[in-house]
Design a protein around this ligand. Structure first.
Ligand code: ADP
Length: 357
């Protein structure tokens, strides 16, 4: 059985997959520990639902392993752990088995994702000490976009700044990889994929490979999101940093902007239900900018054969899908697909492909 681990700053989400004799993956159970580092953490996994003490990722993972054992899945039943790692930097551009070099690579990419990669590393290290013989794998949120051409990933900034790793990376790669997996042999040649959740991005997928994506150096860029601004002029960012200081400017752009900044709520369902001028403007902004960035992605692919929506909004809101597609009507009548996001399954599949059983 493969344990998929998604370690955030205060939570660790896990999903357990079993491989059948035909190699098919079945999700056995899923759950999480939330509130890590707080006064009281909470474990919700399978039939277990209880408060626990989890001051750090080590104790949270130990609690997950003992809960699994109590539910009949001993450590010895696990064949692998497969981690979602947010940023692979420039070197980790494909899923891989975790080695010392891979750990060093994740560490090297930490300045690019200071809020995320340390948690992923903490989970990898915790499992190394709790289960030294367990094979560990990593799938990277950025890796799917490693096929973008240089012209798409390069910011036109001085060479010394480019040498500091300031370039476009792109995110939501596991979600896009899953879309490609789902289409299988029926994958359209030029597919516009939109991941619309609380974070939102889109990706131009040509012949199964990402050729352009709307997120850039960080997941702030591109579409209007739940609480992130989406694309904004660098000078406007600097002005906000001047007014508020850099940390507060970053917080405002990441946490108080987007649908929340415009409409007062980051939840698309609330905005659609509210139907006030403010809420409607936020929804208009979301759809308009999704379509504006879609136009850019279509240019990167040299045309469009199909569109796929995924993520909480993309999967559930026909209204939003229709409104974005209405902006794109000039491109002709293209098939529209809805794909349920299953990043954990993609991560398990990656591990399986690399030899996990
Ligand atoms: P996350 O990125 O945190 O995983 P999700 O992919 O679950 O987020 O997406 C969350 C978003 O999906 C929220 O804005 C939520 O309002 C929206 N959403 C979920 N169901 C619907 C629905 N039926 N109609 C419109 N929006 C929806």
């Amino acid at each position: 059985m493969i344990l998929v681990v998604n370690a955030g700053s205060s939570s660790i989400k896990v999903a357990l997959f079993q491989t059948g004799p035909d190699g098919a993956l079945t999700q056995h159970l899923a759950g999480q520990v939330s509130g890590i580092g707080g006064p009281l953490a909470h474990l919700d996994l399978g039939t277990d639902d209880k408060d626990i003490a989890a001051p750090d990722h080590d104790t949270a993972l130990a609690a997950i392993l003992s809960s699994l054992a109590a539910q009949g899945v001993a450590l010895s039943n696990l064949t692998a752990a497969a981690h979602r790692v947010v940023h692979g930097g420039t070197t980790l551009v494909a899923p891989c088995r975790v080695t010392d070099d891979v750990i060093a690579g994740i560490e090297a990419a930490t300045p690019l994702a200071p809020l995320h990669n340390p948690n992923n590393l903490a989970a990898i290290r915790a499992l190394q000490s709790l289960a030294p013989d367990l094979a560990q794998y990593a799938s990277f949120g950025t890796a799917f976009h490693a096929t973008n051409p240089d012209v798409a990933t390069t910011y036109a900034i001085p060479a010394e700044d480019r040498a500091m790793g300031i370039r476009r990376y792109g995110f939501h790669g596991l979600s896009y990889a899953w879309i490609v997996t789902q289409f299988g042999a029926d994958l359209p040649k030029r597919l516009l994929a939109l991941h619309l959740g609380s974070g939102a991005s889109l990706c131009a997928i040509k012949n199964g490979r990402s050729v352009a994506t709307s997120m850039g150096y960080s997941p702030l860029d591109g579409l209007t999101m739940g609480t992130r601004s989406g694309a904004i002029d660098g000078m406007a960012v600097l002005r906000m940093a001047e007014i508020h200081g850099p940390d507060e400017a970053a917080r405002r752009l990441n946490k108080d902007s987007g649908l929340k900044g415009l409409g007062g709520a980051n939840d698309m369902r609330l905005l659609l239900a509210a139907d006030t001028d403010k809420a409607n403007f936020a929804v208009d902004h979301f759809c308009y900018w999704a379509a504006r960035h879609a136009g850019s992605a279509v240019v990167a692919m040299g045309g469009l054969d199909a569109v796929a929506f995924t993520g909480g909004i993309g999967e559930n809101s026909a209204k939003i899908r229709d409104r974005i597609m209405a902006h794109l009507a000039f491109l002709g009548d293209v098939p529209v697909h809805v794909v349920k996001a299953q990043e954990e399954r993609q991560i398990a599949l990656d591990a399986l492909t690399l030899g996990a059983v």
